[in-house]
Ligand binder design. Sequence first.
Ligand SMILES: Cc1cc2nc3c(=O)[nH]c(=O)nc-3n(C[C@H](O)[C@H](O)[C@H](O)COP(=O)(O)OP(=O)(O)OC[C@H]3O[C@@H](n4cnc5c(N)ncnc54)[C@H](O)[C@@H]3O)c2cc1C
Length: 303
Amino acid sequence: MSTPSLDADVLVVGAGPAGMAAALMATSLNMKVLVVEADSVGGKLQTIGALENVSGNWTTGPQLAEALAADLARLQQAGRCRMIRSRAVGVRGYFDRAELLLADDRVLTARAIVVSTGVATMAPSDTDWVRIAPSLPTPPIWRATPEQIGQRTYVLGGDRPLGTWLRAHPESSVTLHVLAPPTDDYKLVEVSGDDRVRVVPVSSVAISRPEYGDGFVVEVEGRQGEHKVYVATAVLSNLGNRPAALEGLSLDETGYCPPDMQHPRIFIAGDLRSGRYQRITTAQGSGAEAALAYYYSTAMQHV
Ligand SMILES: Cc1cc2nc3c(=O)[nH]c(=O)nc-3n(C[C@H](O)[C@H](O)[C@H](O)COP(=O)(O)OP(=O)(O)OC[C@H]3O[C@@H](n4cnc5c(N)ncnc54)[C@H](O)[C@@H]3O)c2cc1C
């Protein structure tokens, strides 16, 4: 199936659950696959402390990531798949090939490209409701241990990692004060029964250091315009994500990359498709589906 002048039949960008499912499906259909990953195999799985909605005996994300890395190693040893560590920056589709542009200016070519770069964690500066100096530390909630959390820990945003953290630490009796803009209300339903969570509804927040001593000053403008000031020992980020789109992809109004808006040689899988389908199983299903979509399109040409 491969053409000597191409680097692969299928290039897979991102080795999270979506990219790995695409690579496994494509190799099982005898396609030559090259995986391009900027960081480590498993993607966001590395951040999941408690896992309960994926089939198999996985109780944490890193366990599943390790299994995926073992799958990839096996395929590499068998000469059916290659992987390079590099950051992709753009894609281009042509009538006979697709090109992937890397940050180091290399260009890779293939019959098709599956882009599964997922979403990137938002920083306070990516939002319009948090003001904070970039030098102030707001580590992500998924990285915090119960020991690092005091009774006055404030969490910026009500995104789903909050629920994952609470499930991963059922024994912890910490209190988490969650600063929640209106757009996060629906996500907080998941943790509404957990009395370790105190929701502080806000329209905006400003965070600074106190004039004397350690900690943070959290100035809140409430939803009715009321002004309150809290003192925090730590502030954690939980602001959600933005799509990690590459140049050359077609975006919808939310910045995501719907599969049906792309060049016929460019396939999108996983979280990058939409804010609505961000789950491991949907990522895996869409990765396999992307490889199959390309396979069926080429099979049809030979009928
Ligand atoms: C804290 C947390 C808890 C979660 N808990 C659950 C849960 O319990 N159950 C569940 O079903 N889902 C959960 N999720 C969601 C789940 O992790 C994602 O839906 C899933 O990982 C998406 O897979 P993906 O392959 O699309 O993207 P990702 O897992 O994000 O993988 C994308 C990969 O692409 C790479 N990449 C990005 N940009 C580039 C680039 N330019 N060039 C090369 N490589 C690039 C990244 O390094 C990464 O390896 C959770 C997410 C988080 C953050």
